[in-house]
Design a binder for this molecule. Sequence first.
Ligand code: NI
Ligand code: MN
Length: 230
Amino acid sequence: MADLKITWLGHAAFLLEAEKKLLIDPFISGNPKAPCTPEDLDPDIIAVTHGHRDHLGDTIAIGARTGCRVISIHEVANYIKSKGVFAEGMNKGGTIEVEGVTLTMTQALHSSSIDASGFSFDGGSPAGFVINIGGCSIYHAGDTGVFGDMQLIGELYEPKIAFLPIGSRFTMGIKEAVKAVELIEPHIVVPMHYNTFDVIKQDPEEFRKAVESKVDTKVIIMEPGESIEI
Ligand code: NI
Ligand code: MN
């Protein structure tokens, strides 16, 4: 049996299932590509990269229903706690261990806010995570542009798998994401944050060709709802 099952739920949302179930950026309601409903999800942990609606998503509803632990940057965690949901704050460069799963928070070149009822709350700053689960190290970059210290993330944490945005406009596009793969040098890269909406339309096959012409990293293009086993 595989040690780790990875399911892409569309956009930046992934479900990682080993001994514990970790859900990242559960944007399900309002996601036209979502393969399930928030009620289908029963995680032990939710990790949120930043406050934007397409990442914070259904975190509060799922957290309230399941009592799972939510991990995010301090400011987003405070907002989640204010809604009566159990959240633990952390910050960049730090690591937290939750039920045998470790999460290290990384830099991301982006913005963050929490939009509610026509008012924006401070969402701290955006982040990514390096996650150790099921004996596998995974880098979820969050929403980000490319930055040179992705090389440092590669050196320090040696992620086997990287989830990288390729949709452009709000994050890296293909050109920048290919550079990110060269800096991180993961064994496998899974593109994300594209084709959810027309404004982030992208051809993942173009990304695959560009990556595989430059480095040994394998590109796995997933469909929303599809799982791979590692
Ligand atoms: Ni964002
Ligand atoms: Mn986003």
